[in-house]
Design a protein around this ligand. Structure first.
Ligand code: OAD
Length: 255
């Protein structure tokens, strides 16, 4: 990772764009929550997909084949993440919301943007904090039984209506994104005066296509990421730093 841990200077041009922007869209991925202690997916050493096989955990077929394993894996995360705290990056975006229309479109299934105080947040990949019946789709509100370790199996609770197994409200590989969230995300990118892309490797579509909308309209697109991504050389600026370092510095620079 190229990040040195040093403060990242905020370019004057970005401060100018940010001060002038009435509508700011922030597209976030797993790197946004990394400094809250939530592992990213593709980090070579700590990324979830370097330690677990997404085909065994994040598809409908996986749930059908081994519901106890899949339920247990998400139930563990649900319990851990409930006590995780927003980091300085989440808090900076919420502060920015006091002076501009800041719209957060996230691939993250945590609720750290909301807990930091951001009011306009759309979850493209669903939420770990909603549950529903795998068979009939009815929402489930009730206890989430816990496994005794990270990869432990636990039988899903049953739906009160049809008896089907309960699944997390996240989007698995091969599933459609929630239409409302995607439509709002597209519209937000069309309305934006400035788009920030924070902490995503930018390889999972359709989320990875959203910056293209802004680029096509000539709206400034700025990446915040310690590493380079496919977007880096197309963005108007790329800030090589972490979310919890760069975003507070940027919001402080607004004056
Ligand atoms: P990835 O794990 O693919 O990428 C995380 C990105 O965050 C990388 O580009 C890192 O360089 C960057 N990063 C790491 N630490 C950071 C920090 N402190 N501040 C800023 N950036 C940092 O995660 P996503 O791009 O979110 O989907 O992954 C996209 C989707 O793939 C996820 O929503 C998930 C996954 O499979 C589903 O499960 C459907």
């Amino acid at each position: 990772m190229a990040d040195t841990g040093q403060p990242v200077p905020i370019p004057d041009q970005l401060v100018e764009w940010a001060r002038a922007a009435e509508t700011v869209v922030v597209l976030t991925g797993a790197g946004m929550s990394a400094e809250s202690g939530i592992a990213t997916f593709r980090d070579a050493e700590t990324g979830l997909w370097s330690r677990f096989d997404p085909q065994q955990l994040a598809t409908e077929d996986a749930f059908r084949a081994d519901p106890d394993l899949v339920f247990g894996w998400y139930a563990w995360r649900y319990d851990q993440w409930a006590t995780t705290r927003p980091n300085a990056g989440h808090e900076a975006l919420a502060r920015w919301g006091d002076r501009a229309d800041v719209r957060v479109v996230t691939q993250n299934i945590d609720d750290l943007h909301e807990r930091a105080g951001s009011t306009w947040v759309r979850h493209l990949h669903g939420s770990l904090f909603t549950w529903r019946c795998f068979d009939c789709g009815r929402p489930y509100v009730g206890p989430i039984p816990q496994p005794d370790h990270e990869a432990g199996r636990v039988p899903p609770p049953r739906c009160g209506s049809c008896g089907g197994p309960i699944r997390p409200g996240v989007v698995w590989f091969g599933e459609m994104l929630p239409t409302d969230a995607l439509d709002d995300g597209i519209q937000a990118c069309q309305d934006a005066d400035l788009v920030l892309v924070v902490g995503t490797s930018g390889i999972v579509y359709p989320a990875a296509g959203l910056p293209e909308i802004a680029l096509g309209l000539g709206t400034p697109v700025v990446e915040v990421n310690p590493d380079s991504t496919p977007l880096t050389y197309r963005a108007d600026a790329a800030l090589r730093g972490t979310a919890a370092t760069v975003l507070p510095a940027l919001v402080d620079a607004l004056g």
